[in-house]
Design a protein around this ligand. Structure first.
Ligand code: FAD
Length: 353
């Protein structure tokens, strides 16, 4: 059994930011991650995905992301290279592939049970992301639909849908980007459906403004002022270049949500139908927290009650990178640095006692 002061669980950007700050504090830690190669979820996104912020505004603590030649907004492959370089540069103590099955209380310590053995630790940072828990709403008729159904996580490129009619569900960034990818491809017939009319951000607004809005919201709430609405007050969809091109060419017209799936397509409330070969559900994610079930901490909407990043009912546990509830914009490259630093500081304080 390995014995350390801190176990970080996860393999993406959040655990790298945590590793950076834990190393600076000279803490005794390991990072356990289930994948064989660096890059977290970025290894699995669709081929045409580009960041919604320039490289310099998509950086982890300590090291600027270099610009990608010819691209104002780097692609996912560039992010994977940056994360691989980052973990090597800071010589982070990563064990992979190691899948954490459960975290248990074990007296004054925590026991982290994995597929290759146990670690005993004084504290845990959970940074397992959301990509691994896709959310698809239950929908009437979905069992009867004879075509293909997939979630955002299953989409790689339009080439797989040539000659097909595809329905994309979802009015946020994933839905708009995948709809644009299909709309701009030859030989794909697209229907884009959204719960409410899509809200595009102004063309000159990108991830930088989103980060500022999320930070301002957190500050307002912390100071007891009125909720500013954060990112959602600006709109839902960043007009990255392919989305802008498809929208300006009139190819991104959204239909309202259908009422049910049928055997060969979908049906709206007024009886109108559309035939479909595939439905792509771009309907979001939930935090991947099943490895923490044995601690009995789950509360509303599957979240765990926290103060900063520390679990209220288990102060030896920190949660990092799952969304605004674990820090403003903490599920983004630029946003995870600050909560990672705060978590490392809090752990340092706890270990001193
Ligand atoms: P992940 O990258 O998911 O990493 C989690 C890691 O934990 C994985 O390696 C996984 O294998 C591992 N793991 C999970 N469970 C276990 C377990 N039980 N044991 C061991 N290891 C485990 N952010 C931006 O900053 N800019 C953008 O432009 C941007 N665009 C996005 C576009 C899309 C479509 C999506 C979905 C997200 C986007 N994000 C963007 C948000 C965010 O940056 C990514 O979701 C990012 O991958 C989150 O990093 P993470 O480290 O929290 O999680």
């Amino acid at each position: 059994m390995g014995i350390v002061d801190v176990v970080v669980i996860g393999g993406g950007q959040a655990r790298l930011a945590a590793g950076y700050h834990l190393r600076r504090k000279k803490l005794d830690f390991v990072i356990l991650e289930s994948q064989s190669t660096p890059g977290g979820a970025w290894q699995h996104t669709w081929d045409s995905l580009h960041l919604f912020s320039p490289a310099a505004f998509s950086s982890l603590p300590g090291r600027l992301m270099p610009a990608q030649r010819g691209q104002e907004y780097p692609n996912a492959a560039h992010v994977v290279d940056y994360l691989a370089d980052y973990e090597e540069r800071y010589a982070l103590p990563i064990h992979r592939p190691v899948t954490v099955r459960a975290v248990h209380r074990d007296g004054a310590r925590l026991r982290v049970a994995t597929d290759v053995g146990d670690w005993s630790t004084r504290t845990v940072v959970s940074a397992t992301g959301t990509w691994w828990r896709p959310f698809v709403p239950a929908f009437p008729g979905s069992g009867a639909f004879a075509g293909r159904q997939l979630h955002t996580t299953g989409y790689r490129s339009a080439a797989a849908f040539t000659g097909q009619h595809v329905i994309v569900v979802g009015g946020k960034n994933s839905g708009a980007q995948i709809a644009a990818d299909l709309a701009l491809a030859d030989g794909v017939q697209l229907t884009w459906v959204t719960q409410r009319p899509p809200r595009f951000l102004a063309d000159d607004i990108d991830g930088r403004a989103l980060f500022d809005a999320a930070t301002a919201r957190r500050r307002a709430l912390d100071e007891g002022r009125a909720d500013t609405g954060g990112v959602t007050s600006l709109g839902d969809i960043v007009a990255v270049p392919p989305v802008r091109t498809a929208r300006d060419s009139g190819l991104l017209k959204a239909q309202p949500m259908f009422e049910r799936l049928t055997t060969d397509g979908v049906q709206w409330g007024d009886g109108t139908t559309a035939r479909a070969d595939a439905v792509i559900w771009c309907t979001g994610f939930r935090p991947a927290l099943s490895h923490l079930a044995a601690l009995g901490l789950r509360g509303r909407r599957g979240h765990i009650a926290i103060d900063g990043t520390r679990a209220l009912d288990e102060p030896r546990l920190h949660l990092l990178g799952y969304g605004d509830w674990t820090g403003p914009a903490s599920a983004t490259l630029i946003g995870v640095g600050r909560p990672a630093r705060d978590a490392a500081e809090s752990i340092m304080g706890l270990l001193r006692v």
